[in-house]
Design a protein around this ligand. Structure first.
Ligand code: GLN
Length: 240
């Protein structure tokens, strides 16, 4: 089996080692003998990291030159994608920075993001989310606060930290096989269950519903995950 990962704007959108998610996906495929390649054309799975307002402005402009339509079509056709923070915001209807005009998003997610400037503090720190009864751990740093419409599901419930807007306890968004989240870290190395969920969804898209991922020894990954929970004095409700 072989997978091609499309890494969008790697030079512009890569905060807090978000590219670690690409390395994680590549290694977890290779450890299973799944051939994998990272490039930017006709991918099986899309990834885009976070970025400061300035980079987001450049990307939002580039979306209008056609790349945006490609991404929307990919997601509408059930393509798998992971979008972190600034990328997540640009997958929504718009991002309203503290200063300057709105950045038009792709509208893949029925969300709106507002940066209230000095009126509301940045959402910074460790974060723990309840995802399907399991925990996700990560780090967040965003000024924008995101509000979900009714045509999108939240990724999970905030157990610790701010999440989408530090008000309604939601974190991230899911639409078809597209996942948006504020969790940096990088996210996937400390959350192998989510990494495998994305890999399995992608393999099922490409090779059919019977694909099953052989388990890996994730001792180190869960030690890193549980170390965050212990540091935050939160119960170890995850796998191990
Ligand atoms: N610039 C956006 C904000 O501040 C996204 C930041 C990020 O990707 N970490 O909300």
């Amino acid at each position: 089996m072989k997978l091609t990962i499309g890494h969008l704007y790697p030079d512009l959108m890569n905060l807090y080692s978000d590219c670690g998610n690409i390395i994680c996906l590549v290694r977890r495929c290779q450890w299973r003998g799944i051939e994998v390649e990272v490039k930017e054309v006709s991918p099986d799975i899309l990834f885009m990291g976070g970025g400061q307002d300035r980079q987001q402005k450049i990307v939002a402009e580039d979306f209008k030159k056609g790349r945006g339509e490609e991404i929307k079509e990919f997601i509408e056709n059930g393509g798998v994608g992971l979008f972190i923070c600034g990328a997540y915001q640009l997958m929504g209807k718009f991002y309203r920075p503290a200063e300057g005009p709105d950045l038009e998003g792709l509208g893949v997610f029925d969300i709106e993001t507002y940066h209230f400037g000095k009126k509301k503090p940045r959402c910074i720190g460790n974060i723990v989310v309840d995802w399907q009864g399991k925990t996700l751990v990560g780090f967040e740093n965003h000024g924008g606060r995101t509000y979900l419409g009714d045509k999108v599901k939240t990724l999970g419930k905030v157990l610790y930290g701010h999440g989408n807007n530090s008000e309604d306890g939601t974190e991230g968004a899911v639409y078809k096989n597209a996942f948006g989240t504020y969790l940096h870290g990088a996210l996937l190395p400390k959350n192998p269950h989510l990494a495998d969920h994305l890999i399995e969804l992608t393999l099922k898209n490409k090779y059919g519903p019977d694909v099953k991922l052989p388990p890996l020894d994730d001792t180190l990954e869960w030690q890193a995950h549980n170390a965050v929970l212990r540091k935050l004095k939160l119960s170890l409700r995850s796998f191990k």
